[in-house]
Design a protein around this ligand. Structure first.
Ligand code: CTP
Length: 427
């Protein structure tokens, strides 16, 4: 029986979050032209540190060779249930896996799984598996729409199998329709999300803001700042990896949203203030990583501002203050109690620790990550950062220069510890 129960051990509070490392992923590949994409998927999973065991059905071997998978995973590839070189292989493979991912899954294999058949090593192993099962259908659009296939996927979903796709687009037949296998990057994201489900922030709700706001001057111009959004996106990914449900509030230009986050796109400080205040109720943590404009043009021109050829006159913009989002959060939190914890950022060019401490107290933060954006390797552009993490009693950790991912993981580590303290003090 396919089961939704996730049996892998609850992950402890981790110094370093590495969702994939050492996890055992069984990749089942069935006979579809999308097989070639599964080689890429197996490679991505392996590069991320997972141990990937591949089972190919006989039809899959017609599209792609076991050697291709062996070459990228460095492990034995299984094809034959009658190869008796090890004892009860299907039980061994199924019971020790952290995740069974069947991609591509043909209409035929889906039908066999729904019926509980066990006529090849993959279907046999699926019956023996006690881990989450993720299935990525791939077939012709008409086959996908067929009531038989729809009934079969409904049965699988009711049993707790997670379905990824199929996607819409150009099919092997040359026609356009729904039936394409979801792309390997999305399947990787799905697998990462499933493997992090039992992490230390499991059951926690986290809101992260990222990027730099844009304040309109006219319909074609705006004022912004140098924030790339990378640090905020890294925090969102680290929180997801720790098992949290994450809402990411992002400005334009932030690329590569983490898979599995609920994303709210905003532009101005006002948009961001509204989005943050609308999402924090009932949440555990707000990471306010965004660089929010403090000033905006008093009014944005409705039409493009034109220069005059007859004069050298400049343009004077009158600026007004924007809402300080963290101050508004402080006020609402005093009444609602949410978010339970708030972590702010402080981008400084001098006296970083002093200004950071002042912001922590003024804005009622639990933690503040201070960085001196003038230091080499720290701040807005680039993939690295250096952060001084403070709470009301002083330095929590001076984080040396490292990747923004590394910084994000440390922040999530400290916030998890603080949440656990909070829980034990309220017990
Ligand atoms: N912040 C905010 N609302 C604003 C400006 C900033 O919520 N209108 C938040 C940022 O997201 C960050 C923290 O406040 O978490 C500190 O931001 P920073 O720009 O360093 O400080 P400011 O409060 O804007 O003060 P100053 O620019 O004078 O240093």
């Amino acid at each position: 029986m396919v089961t939704p129960i996730c049996p892998f051990a609850t992950l402890r509070l981790m110094e370093h979050i590495d969702v994939m490392r050492g996890r055992r992923i069984l990749l089942g590949v069935t006979g579809s032209i999308a097989c070639y994409k599964s080689v890429d998927l197996a490679s991505k999973l392996t590069q991320a540190g997972a141990e990937v065991d591949v089972i190919l059905t006989e039809s899959a071997t017609r599209f792609v060779s076991p050697l291709s998978f062996r070459s990228v995973t460095g492990r034995t590839v299984y094809t034959d249930m009658w190869d008796l070189s090890d004892h009860v292989r299907h039980v061994g493979l199924g019971e020790t896996a952290d995740l069974l991912l069947i991609a591509p899954a043909t209409a035929h294999t889906i039908a066999k799984l729904a019926a509980g058949l066990a006529d090849n090593l993959l279907t046999l192993t699926t019956l023996a598996a006690r881990c989450p099962v993720l299935v990525a259908p791939a077939m012709d659009g008409g086959m996908w729409q067929h009531p038989a296939t729809q009934a079969n996927v409904t049965v699988l979903a009711e049993r707790g199998v997670i379905l990824a796709g199929p996607a819409e687009g150009r099919m092997a037949s040359g026609m356009h329709g729904k039936g394409r296998m979801v792309e390997p990057d999305d399947l990787f994201g799905n697998a990462r999300l499933l493997l992090s489900r039992q992490g230390p922030l499991h059951g926690r709700r986290v809101v992260v803001s990222a990027g730099g706001t844009r304040e309109a001057i006219d319909p074609v111009r705006f004022i912004t700042n140098r924030s790339s959004g990378k640090q905020g996106v890294a925090v969102a990914q680290a929180a997801l990896d720790a098992g949290a449900a994450v809402t990411l509030i992002v400005t334009p230009g932030c690329e590569q949203w983490p898979f599995g986050a609920t994303v709210i796109e905003v532009e101005s400080a006002q948009d961001m203030a509204e989005a943050v205040l609308a999402t924090i109720d009932g949440t555990d943590v707000l990471f306010m990583v965004a660089a929010v404009a403090d000033f905006k043009p008093e009014s944005a021109a409705e039409r493009k501002i034109k220069k005059s050829d007859d004069s050298d006159e400049g343009l004077t913009l009158v600026m007004t203050r924007t809402t300080d989002i963290l101050m508004a959060v402080k006020e609402s939190r005093e009444m609602s109690g949410y978010p339970r914890l708030v972590l702010g950022f402080a981008a400084e060019t001098h006296n970083a620790a002093d200004y950071g401490r002042d912001k922590l107290l003024r804005k009622g933060l639990d933690l503040i990550a201070v960085n001196d954006v003038t230091e080499a390797g720290a701040g807005f552009a680039g993939d690295t950062n250096r952060v001084l993490l403070l709470d009301s009693s002083g330095i929590v950790e001076a984080m040396p220069l490292q990747s923004k991912t590394g910084i994000a993981e440390r922040l999530v580590y400290h916030i998890t510890a603080a949440l656990n303290d909070d829980r034990s003090s309220s017990d």
